[in-house]
Write a protein that binds this ligand. Sequence first.
Ligand SMILES: [Zn+2]
Length: 79
Amino acid sequence: MNGYPQSNDYLPGTWKGLKLQGGQRSATVTCPVCGQTCTLIDHQIDPDGTVSPSLVCPYDCGFHEFIKLEGWADVPEKG
Ligand SMILES: [Zn+2]
């Protein structure tokens, strides 16, 4: 399990918050291998930031990891 820090700049190996219709929170993750950004809309993000199931890069670069979004619990819900 690897912790990923939050960043607003889509740096490889970071996540960025994403607001869904209906107010749900999700996130995008920028792949540390190929640098492409993918969403976690199809994943569950636990309150502590643990993502399940494991993340497989949709761009076929071979990245496959269990990840945790560092600081996920610290980002306030915004109405
Ligand atoms: Zn990738």
